[in-house]
Design a protein around this ligand. Structure first.
Ligand code: AMP
Ligand code: MN
Ligand code: MN
Ligand code: MN
Length: 292
């Protein structure tokens, strides 16, 4: 009889999105795809939302896949949006459930403002257009607007939409105050999980602000950083492997897969973590839900 062990797992994919946030596949479709791509440990990490966790875990087990609960919380740090992944928490814990509900709260109004701004540059009906892509009414996101702008031929792909319309300084960008770093880390920890800085190379921080982010994150009890992710280049794997060691953080790995049509990195299709790092899933061994 072979007892499963977290330390034997290599192909962990601990970051992706379903229709419960801004992905295009259901939790069930993702579980099957992850298994088919050779994933050995999976987590669904919808933005500011854990409504898909029970489905994801059941689907993972139906596919024979070990599962860790997950989410990706939107945070504002030094005027920049930062994402904090939470892994291995209790999805029914009140502090986390309430914190996420509060974080989702402003999205509807923000979306109306984005639509008004886009209308001012000649793109009409964007709110209604984006809504057609929304699977969860509380989770309207820039990604849904991006899909509408591709559908209507304004841009060729979602990357072009973000470049031309939906990022800082562009006509459809509405600044937003998300959760505070300390609160996001606390919600995850109180629910028994581990907090992880998502895709650190993607933030527009100065080197000083980035150092402050890592320092404060650790001070609040954050324990991990994504090193190998679909949104990092191989050079960036090296940079953040060094940062992980400098700050005593464990390392995570996840594709950040959203959609077969849009995402450059598929589930499970990433290089392994550099060997000198401690994988987050070793420390989360007792939080893994193993299939029967
Ligand atoms: P929101 O939470 O509404 O601000 O939307 C953020 C989401 O938009 C991210 O999780 C990504 O899925 C997507 N996104 C953000 N920036 C970009 C970008 N530059 N290119 C493509 N997708 C992006
Ligand atoms: Mn997203
Ligand atoms: Mn993210
Ligand atoms: Mn993500």
């Amino acid at each position: 009889m072979h007892t499963p062990s977290a330390t034997q797992l290599v192909n962990a994919d601990l970051h992706c999105h379903s229709v419960v946030s801004d992905g295009t596949l259901t939790p069930e479709e993702l579980a099957v795809r992850a298994k088919g791509n050779g994933v050995e440990l999976w987590s669904l990490t919808d933005h500011d939302e854990i409504g898909g966790q029970h489905r994801a875990r059941a689907a993972a087990h139906a596919a024979g896949l070990p599962y860790l609960t997950g989410t990706e919380i939107s945070v504002t740090f030094a005027s920049v949006t930062v994402h904090i992944v939470g892994l291995g928490f209790d999805p029914d814990h009140p502090a986390l459930v309430q914190g996420l509900a509060q974080t989702r709260g402003g999205r509807g109004e923000r979306a109306q403002e984005m639509s008004d701004q886009l209308a001012a540059v000649g793109i009409k009906g964007a709110y209604e257009g984006a809504l057609k892509y929304v699977g969860n009414p509380e989770l309207i996101s820039r990604t849904h607007f991006a899909r509408f702008l591709v559908e209507t031929g304004v841009c060729h792909d979602t990357y072009e939409v973000f470049r031309r319309y939906l990022t800082e300084g562009k006509p459809g960008f509405v600044p937003h105050r998300w959760a505070r770093l300390g609160d996001a880390v606390r919600w995850i920890r109180e629910a028994g999980g581990m907090a992880v800085i998502a895709h650190p190379a993607r933030y527009a921080h100065s080197p000083t602000a980035e150092y402050a982010l890592f320092t404060e994150f650790v001070a609040h009890g954050g324990q991990g950083v994504e090193v190998v992710t679909g949104s990092h280049s191989p050079d960036e794997y090296g940079t953040y492997a060094d940062m992980a060691l400098e700050f005593g953080l464990m390392a995570s790995r996840g594709s950040d897969f959203h959609s077969p049509k849009e995402s450059h990195t598929d589930l499970g299709k990433l290089p392994p973590l550099p060997g000198k790092l401690s994988p987050v899933w070793h420390a989360l061994a007792d939080r893994i839900h193993w299939p029967n």
